[in-house]
Design a protein around this ligand. Structure first.
Ligand code: F6R
Length: 235
């Protein structure tokens, strides 16, 4: 794992932007794996402000809540449109369909999307419990797209975006860890003290399914871009 320590989230966005630009400029960004949440927003702001052209790039998002339609303003479809896709058109945007009638079929369809679009760069945030995507502690390292029950800690962390905690969906469809690990390059972003323990366990701890992000120690090209606060326990 390569670790880049930055001053803050703004600088982190700029560092990640440089990596994305390099791969795009060299013609090697065919599929761009994206995340939602507050962490990647500064990167998306950089992308939106740039003249980079993504019209020949496909995107593949990590996850979507089950039960929310694409036009629900809490859905990850909506988030991506608002923060990136409305301003930066891609060739095609792929996200799991949280309203699919048959969720098992939807997971299989999404695995096929990923198989047909090998991910060149995957952007990741990290949960306070070190989840990646919505792969919570205990998720199999061999997992592909699946339906996950969100943990109490994730529901609580995500409730800041909802009016009340009861409104937070309790299930999601998430790309699995095996699919995430198949990405050619992984850029994990983390900012703030709340992420410090997760970063410590990811970087210094044993590789364990109890710490989903710890598997990144085995990835050949995983880059962590983290601020001083998130890095405070590994120094
Ligand atoms: C989002 C995702 C999650 C988040 C993580 C951190 O698509 O897959 O793993 O990256 O929960 O969320 P924030 O950035 O809001 O702290």
């Amino acid at each position: 794992m390569k670790i880049i320590i930055v001053k803050d989230q703004v600088e982190g966005g700029k560092e990640a932007f440089k990596l994305v630009k390099e791969t795009l400029d060299s013609g090697n960004l065919k599929t761009f794996g994206l995340a939602t949440g507050s962490t990647p927003i500064s990167l998306y702001e950089e992308l939106v402000a740039s003249d980079l052209d993504f019209t020949s790039v496909n995107s593949v998002n990590l996850d979507e809540y089950i039960g929310l339609s694409a036009d629900n303003d809490q859905s990850y479809h909506y988030f991506m449109k608002e923060h990136l896709f409305d301003q930066k058109p891609f060739k095609h945007n792929n996200l799991p369909n949280g309203l699919a009638q048959n969720l098992a079929e939807e997971c299989a369809r999404y695995d096929e999307v990923i198989a047909n679009n090998p991910i060149d760069i995957q952007i990741l945030g990290i949960g306070e419990n070190a989840h990646i995507g919505f792969n919570e502690p205990g998720a199999s390292f061999e997992g592909t797209t699946g339906i996950v029950d969100l943990t109490e800690s994730t529901i609580k962390a995500n409730s800041r975006n909802f009016e009340k905690i009861e409104d937070v969906p309790t299930r999601a469809i998430s790309m699995g860890i095996k699919s995430i690990m198949s990405s050619r390059q992984i850029i994990l972003l983390a900012y703030g003290e709340k992420k410090a323990q997760a970063i410590y366990n990811t970087v210094k701890g044993p590789i364990s399914e109890e710490v989903p992000a710890s598997i990144l120690q085995n990835h050949e090209d995983a880059i962590l871009i983290i601020d001083e606060a998130a890095a405070s326990l590994i120094k």
